[in-house]
Design a protein around this ligand. Structure first.
Ligand SMILES: Cc1cc2nc3c(=O)[nH]c(=O)nc-3n(C[C@H](O)[C@H](O)[C@H](O)COP(=O)(O)OP(=O)(O)OC[C@H]3O[C@@H](n4cnc5c(N)ncnc54)[C@H](O)[C@@H]3O)c2cc1C
Length: 356
């Protein structure tokens, strides 16, 4: 049976980052990814905030810079805020991280998924085109996204998620803001238009507890923007996917397993942004694996503590704001600007302790 020191499940930004750090430290690393190619299909609006700048440098990753954010309230009132960042080619972004991991010696296996786990023996069964193989490991890193198979195999609860739907459309003029629409038409979520040179990602998210049909509101917004002359008729690409919105898992570690990124519930429950948290937690999980295998018995506890220190306060606030909004969707209050201002990061009310 093949043995690796670190087995990583999922090669999104979380898994790729963990693989890179662990391999660069000289550990034997294998990462399995169920898709045929890293980064594809893209299920992302492709915005990363300013601090991720260093990760946009590899060839082909950066589309354009973003200066600010325009938040549109239910009344139509527009609010502009500084919100600098970058629009990225998300496939290239994930691939560049994975390439760095491979260069450092990690073995990356695409079209391979984890199907079973013998936790006590620390053996995982992976499958590629019907061919199963058992791999033994010292540390397991679950970087397998919002519907983590590893969590399910360990008997841990599934994360609460919202659904999204997105089109890539032609953009008729240069644009440097991310546009956000806050409305009862998108209950439990919002709509967005993120520019990438002559194209834009136009999408929305909604909580299926309030709304199952994402197509009708997305078509309505698309039609409105075509009529306003901002976007063209074509749809180049359709995507969607789940976003965890319930906050952090109760435990970010389980035995010899570390959870990172979406699998850990690190995505921001209001904005849905999770790339940066996936990279940061992936890197920290790689470092924790190195420390643990070098004899630091408390390396996993340190991982849990560090990640919570960095993300928990922000995510807990977002969970609270989500709960607040969930009490108002599909009522008159959700059609009032004031309510939406409490639930969106661009407004001071969002950060006010007595705001809600
Ligand atoms: C429509 C949409 C738009 C978004 N827009 C943004 C945005 O603009 N900015 C932002 O910061 N965040 C955005 N997000 C969130 C962001 O995409 C995630 O937070 C991020 O991808 C998390 O990275 P990850 O590595 O944890 O997980 P993922 O990127 O989901 O990677 C998990 C990987 O694990 C693989 N996998 C799953 N199960 C198995 C298995 N059993 N065996 C092997 N492999 C498996 C998957 O194929 C996948 O490649 C968006 C999400 C969606 C759905």
């Amino acid at each position: 049976m093949k043995h690796v020191q670190v087995l990583i499940v999922g090669l999104g930004p979380g898994g790729g980052s963990a693989a890179r750090i662990a391999a660069q430290a000289g550990l034997s690393v294998m990462a399995v990814e169920r898709n045929r190619a890293v980064g594809e299909p893209v299920q992302c609006a492709e915005f990363v905030p300013m601090p991720m700048g260093a990760y946009t440098r590899p060839q082909g990753v950066l589309y354009q810079r973003i200066a600010g954010m325009k938040s549109v309230l239910p009344s139509g009132l527009e609010h502009h805020s500084d919100f600098p960042g970058y629009m990225i080619d998300r496939a290239r972004f994930d691939q560049a991280i994975a390439e760095a991991a491979a260069e450092a010696g990690a073995e990356l296996r695409c079209h391979t998924r984890i199907v079973a786990l013998h936790e006590d023996a620390r053996v995982a069964r992976v499958s590629r085109e019907g061919q199963d193989e058992e791999i033994s490991y010292d540390v397991l890193i679950a970087a397998d996204g919002p519907h983590s198979t590893v969590a399910r195999l360990l008997g841990l609860p599934a994360l609460e998620t919202v659904n999204t739907r997105q089109y890539t459309v032609p953009l008729r003029r240069e644009y440097f803001d991310t546009d956000i629409w806050l409305s009862d038409d998108y209950p439990g979520g919002y709509a967005w238009l993120f520019p990438k040179q002559d194209r834009a990602n136009l999408g929305l998210g909604a909580d299926r507890a309030f709304e199952d049909d994402l197509k009708t509101p997305l078509e309505a917004l698309r039609r409105q923007l075509i009529d306003e002359g901002l976007i063209g008729e074509e749809i180049f690409y359709r995507t969607g996917g789940a976003i965890p919105v319930g906050g952090l898992r109760d435990g970010l570690t389980h035995g010899r397993c570390l959870f990172v990124g979406d699998a850990a519930g690190l995505t921001h429950p209001i904005t849905g942004g999770g790339i940066s948290a996936a990279v940061v937690s992936g890197e920290r999980a790689g470092e924790a694996s190195v420390a643990y295998l070098a004899g630091a018995a408390d390396a996993f506890e340190d991982y849990e503590e560090d990640v919570r220190d960095q993300f928990e306060a922000t995510i807990s606030r977002a969970v609270e704001r989500r709960e607040f909004l969930n009490r108002h969707w599909r009522t008159q209050a959700a059609r009032q600007d004031e309510t939406m201002r409490h639930g969106w990061i661009a407004f001071p009310e969002y950060f006010s302790p007595t705001g809600i």
